[in-house]
Design a protein around this ligand. Structure first.
Ligand code: ADP
Length: 480
C-alpha cells in the first residue's frame, strides 16, 4: 500500500511527547512490512539541526495559496531506510524558531497560520509528486485540516490524491481552536464555516474538521474511543464524535521493544527475562540505593514516572500520602511538572525520608531503572488516551496499579477479576479507589506465589509495534 502519514512530531527527529514515538514506530514498522510510506513533518529548527535529518535527497519549491496571498515554501525529502521517505515542509517565518508550539508562557500567536500552511504544503507536495496515496493518515489537531483540504483540492483540480483518509486522536484535550477570522486562509468554501463544518462556539476548530471529514477516525485505545463520546471525557467534542461513532475505532499503541526490553536494556545494572529473574533483584537494589533507601529492604517498592499534572492523578496519590507513611513500603517518584505537585511531593519526601523519594527531573536512564527496580508501578490517571508505562511495567515484571480509564483499562487485566491471566491491579480513578488498590498490592506482595504469577502473565504479553501495526493494516484494508 502507498501510505502517507502527517504529524507534528516524529521520533527520532522531533519529540515533545508520546505522539512522536507512536508516529515514528508506526511508520517504521509499516515500511519494514513492505508498504511504501511517506511521512510529513514541519521543518522546525530543532529538526533541521538533527544530524540524522541533514542531507536532503530532493528539494521542492512550493507556492501555497493562503487566503489572498501566495506564500512560498520548500519541501526537503530524505529517506532514512528502504520504503520510508520523510518530507519536511519548511518556511523560515513559521518554523525556524526556538520552540515547537510556543514558549514556556504561551502558545505562538501564529499557530493557526503555521499549521494551515503545513497542511497545505502536504497537499501541494502530493500534487507535485503525483503521489496518489491509498491512505492519508493524519495525527492530532495540527494536521486535522488535511482530510478536508485534500478533498477540496481534489475537487478543484479534478485529480485524485488519496483513496481514503484516516484521522487519529492522540489526545482530545488539545484541539487547535482559533478565531474565525483566520478561516479565509484555508480557502475552503464559506459553507464550511458553519456548525456542520469547522465552526465551534464562534471559533474554528481544527480537530472538529478532522473528526468530521476523515473517512475513519481512530483513537489510541478502544476504551478512549468510547470515553470521548461522553461529556466527562469529550472536552466539548463528545457530541461531534458521537455523530461519527460508526466510523471510530480504538487501536492501542505498541511499545518500542528494542528500547523497552529487560533482556537487552543497556540502562540496567543487570538484565533479566521471565526465565531468569535474578537480574531484577539487582535492579531493585540499585533503585533503592539511588533513592537513598536500604537496598536490602523486603518492603514493597512502588514506582511512578510521569509529568506531574492533574491528568496523571497526582492529586489522588497525594490524598493517599498517609498510606506510604503508615505502611512498610517505599515510594519512588520520577517526574517534573506543575510547581504545586512538585512542592507537595518534595514536602512528603522531606517528612518521610525513609519511605518516599522524589526525583524531580527528566531522566531517561533513571526511568528504566524505576521500571525494572520497582515491585509495583502506580498510574492513577484521571484520563489516559493510551499510556505507555503500564505496558513497560508488564514487560519488566513490575505489577501495574492503574485507574480504570482509557488505554490503562484496555491493557491491564485485573488479577482479582481474572486470577488465571491477570497482569495488574485496577481501580476507579478516585482517591478512595487508589487506596483500595494500594491495600490490595500489599496483600498481593505478601503472597509470593500470587505475585509471581501476576508478574509472569504480564511478561508474557506482546506489546510490540509489529502487533499494533497489524491492526492499522487491517483498518486500512477495511476502509479501502
Ligand atoms: P504522556 O504522553 O501523556 O506524557 P505516556 O505514558 O504516553 O504519557 O508517555 C510518557 C513517557 O514519558 C513515558 O515513556 C515515560 O516513561 C516518560 N517520562 C515521563 N516523565 C519522565 C521523566 N521525568 N523522566 C524520564 N521519562 C519520563
Amino acid at each position: 500500500m502507498k501510505i502517507v502519514h502527517a504529524a507534528s512530531e516524529l521520533f527520532p527527529y522531533i519529540k515533545t511527547g508520546g505522539l512522536a514515538d507512536a508516529v515514528g514506530s508506526l511508520c517504521s514498522t509499516l515500511a519494514d512490512k513492505g508498504h511504501e510510506v511517506a511521512v510529513f513533518v514541519p521543518g522546525y529548527r530543532a529538526l533541521l539541526e538533527h544530524k540524522l535529518a541533514s542531507g536532503a535527497e530532493r528539494l521542492l519549491k512550493l507556492k501555497i495559496e493562503m487566503g489572498n496571498d501566495f506564500i512560498s515554501g520548500e519541501v526537503r525529502m530524505f529517506s532514512p531506510k528502504p520504503n520510508l521517505k520523510v518530507y519536511i515542509v519548511c518556511r523560515e517565518e513559521y518554523f525556524d524558531r526556538k520552540g515547537i508550539y510556543g514558549t514556556a508562557e504561551r502558545d505562538f500567536e501564529d499557530n493557526c497560520l503555521r499549521y494551515i500552511f503545513f497542511c497545505k504544503g502536504i497537499v501541494a507536495t502530493l500534487q507535485k509528486e503525483n503521489l496518489r496515496a491509498d491512505i492519508v493518515h493524519a495525527h492530532d489537531w495540527q494536521v486535522a485540516l488535511l482530510p478536508v483540504l485534500l478533498r477540496h483540492a481534489e475537487q478543484r483540480h479534478g485529480t485524485m490524491l488519496a483513496l481514503k483518509t484516516i484521522f487519529t486522536i492522540h489526545n482530545i484535550a488539545f484541539q487547535g481552536v482559533f478565531p474565525m477570522r483566520s478561516f479565509y486562509r484555508t480557502n475552503l468554501p464559506d459553507e464550511l464555516m458553519s456548525i456542520d463544518g469547522l465552526e465551534y462556539y464562534g471559533q474554528m476548530s481544527f480537530m472538529k474538521a478532522g473528526i468530521l471529514f476523515a473517512d475513519r477516525v481512530t483513537t489510541v485505545s478502544p476504551r478512549y474511543a468510547q470515553e470521548i463520546q461522553t461529556p466527562q471525557f469529550g472536552c466539548g467534542l463528545d457530541g461531534v464524535i458521537a455523530t461519527r461513532s460508526e466510523d471510530i475505532v480504538g487501536l492501542v499503541n505498541g511499545v518500542d521493544t528494542a528500547v523497552w526490553n529487560p533482556a537487552v536494556d543497556e540502562h540496567l545494572p543487570a538484565r533479566y527475562s521471565a526465565r531468569d529473574m535474578s537480574g531484577k533483584a539487582q535492579c531493585r537494589a540499585e533503585l533503592l540505593t539511588r533513592a537513598g533507601f536500604d537496598p536490602e529492604t523486603k518492603a514493597p517498592v512502588f514506582g511512578m514516572i510521569c509529568r506531574l499534572t492533574e491528568q496523571k492523578g497526582v492529586d489522588l496519590l497525594l490524598s493517599n500520602a498517609d498510606f506510604f507513611v503508615n505502611n512498610d513500603c517505599r515510594l519512588v517518584v520520577l517526574g517534573t511538572g506543575d510547581a504545586r505537585f512538585e512542592k507537595a511531593l518534595r514536602d512528603l519526601a522531606a517528612n518521610a525520608p525513609a519511605k518516599v523519594a522524589l526525583m524531580a527531573r527528566l531522566d531517561e536512564a533513571m526511568s528504566h531503572v524505576v521500571e525494572a527496580g520497582s515491585d509495583f508501578f502506580v498510574m492513577p490517571s484521571l484520563f489516559e488516551p493510551c499510556g505507555l508505562n503500564q505496558m513497560y511495567s508488564q514487560a519488566y515484571g513490575t505489577v501495574p496499579l492503574v485507574s480504570r480509564v482509557g488505554g490503562l483499562y484496555d491493557t491491564v487485566t485485573d488479577a482479582g477479576v481474572d486470577p488465571a491471566a491477570g497482569t495488574g491491579i485496577t481501580f476507579p480513578a478516585t482517591a478512595h479507589g487508589l487506596r483500595h488498590g494500594l491495600e490490595r498490592a500489599l496483600k498481593m506482595f505478601s503472597e509470593k506465589k500470587t505475585y509471581a504469577a501476576v508478574q509472569a502473565h504480564g511478561m508474557a504479553r506482546d506489546f510490540s509495534w509489529k502487533n499494533a501495526a497489524q491492526a492499522y493494516e487491517r483498518l486500512y484494508d477495511e476502509s479501502l
